[in-house]
Design a protein around this ligand. Sequence first.
Ligand code: 13P
Length: 348
Amino acid sequence: MVHCQCMRNNTDLYTTIAQLMQSGKGILAADESDATAGKRLAIANLPNQTGNRQDFREILFTAPGIEEYLSGVILYDSTLRESTDAGIPFADVLVARGIVPGIKVDLGTNPIPEFEGEMVTQGLDNLDTRLKEYYALGARFAKWRGVITIGENIPTNEALELNAVRMAEYALIAQANGIVPMVEPEVLFPGTHSIGIAEEVTTRTLNILFSTLKKYRVDLKGLILKSSMVLAGDAYKDQSTTDEVATATLRTFKLSVPREVGGIVFLSGGQTPKRATENLQAIASYGKQAWPLTFSYSRAIQEPVLVTWQGKPENISTAQKVLLHRVKMNGMAQMGTYDSAQDMKEKK
Ligand code: 13P
């Protein structure tokens, strides 16, 4: 890998990060693969067809007012190539609204032989070529997701290291193409683990990740971390309170995320929309941190919109209002001004 720190000028990356990490705003993840999009459409009782996927994305990206609360949207390869019914490419719709388009670039996970229950992310082949095309199509940041399962004797450090090395290589290729890498080591929420175990695993994951990124000379100032919140597994006997989530998550970051990292965004991971907002609010209530922090939710934003839409043209306007409400609540939580009572009242 040819790499020269001396010739690098990453000003464009820092500009993109400043756009993405604006106060009161966050990122919508709408980057489901075509297969995963089917799971979302099932919520609206719709079959997984191109037309339905496209219609839903158009509802999301053209909703009035969202640019006040969304700084970026993560797209999937096919979505970045799609257009509105009127023929305007989705990326152009977003850019015209001041929203930065991003792209999911990993190609999913494969099991690691001899490491039962552990996965490694694919997608380095042709990545440089793909990123050049994505840049030309308007993408300015790129997401790569690693999947970490908590179980008996897992995750192993070896699996975390393998994922970290691939993330470092992807991050370098992204930065060389003027695209901000968004590295997402997702510690899965489903499970029977306690919050203490989640904290140990997330801290270890992030320590291995950042020592690897540093070793391979990734510019941490030109990189965003997409993280899970630290919380007990969804099948654990006691569900974590908002304050437990906030203190454990911030303690983890302080022990493992270098200060120069450009920003941290959260995935929702299967939390309900309200819980994901409340946990972000609890984190923000601890005040300014070394890094700007915000949301980058998929399910916790899209679910109520799908439930409202149900594939019916007469529901589109209401579904877009539901979207606006949800991103507004998350935008307020980012600033620490979210009010649960207002959330319930305005929803009606
Ligand atoms: P969720 O918010 O549904 O966890 O999705 C975020 C994401 O980008 C998953 O890769």
